[in-house]
Design a protein around this ligand. Structure first.
Ligand code: PA5
Ligand code: NI
Length: 170
């Protein structure tokens, strides 16, 4: 089908995202953390069009921090997005322009509306691949600048064997 695309994100491409730099250095940079398949039925930048995608994040962690997507805001800031979880368990980490960070639990059937201007990242807190679908405007674009270091102001860490949403001051 025209406009069908896919990409994979390896650990080595996620440098600076995870908190534990020492644990990160000890891991194989070729490890695949997540894959995205998406459909661009119209050219990127088209006003009024939609894109549709599926993301699959592997289970795993860097130190005590679960595998997650890089995270982004939309380049055209006021563009919103839907996520819907199909398989697995996770957390959608969100951060608005005022610096407030929060999360929504992801499980099969959970739907998530991400307002424009809100940065978003997904964390796989389960033992199986986490899969979610997404639908976003074809002129939204991606701005990855927010995601490094303190960008989200929060991390999802394994504490006593369970996921814990932790606000950070890094
Ligand atoms: O459009 C989206 O928000 C998703 O399709 C993401 O791009 C996907 O989950 C991968 O995340 P990221 O773009 O932060 O690497
Ligand atoms: Ni997005």
């Amino acid at each position: 089908m025209p406009g069908l695309r896919s990409s994979e994100k390896k650990l080595g491409q996620l440098s600076g995202i995870f908190r534990d730099a020492q644990a990160f250095r000890g891991m194989d940079p070729d490890t695949i953390v997540y894959r995205v398949w998406w459909w661009e039925p119209v050219p990127g930048g088209t006003e009024g069009g939609l894109f549709w995608g599926l993301t699959e994040i592997q289970p795993g962690s860097v130190g005590d921090e679960y595998y997650m997507t890089h995270g982004h805001r939309h380049a055209v800031l006021d563009r919103a997005e839907f996520y819907g979880t199909t398989v697995g368990e996770g957390m959608l980490v969100l951060r608005d322009e005022s610096g407030r960070s929060w999360f929504e639990a992801m499980k099969p059937g959970s739907l998530h509306y991400i307002s424009g201007r809100v940065a978003h990242r997904v964390v796989n807190t389960g033992d199986v691949p986490l899969r979610f679908v997404a639908c976003w405007p074809s002129d939204a674009g991606h701005d990855y600048q927010i995601a490094g270091g303190k960008g989200f102001g929060a991390r999802v860490l394994r504490q006593n064997g369970k996921p814990s949403f932790t606000l950070t001051e890094e």
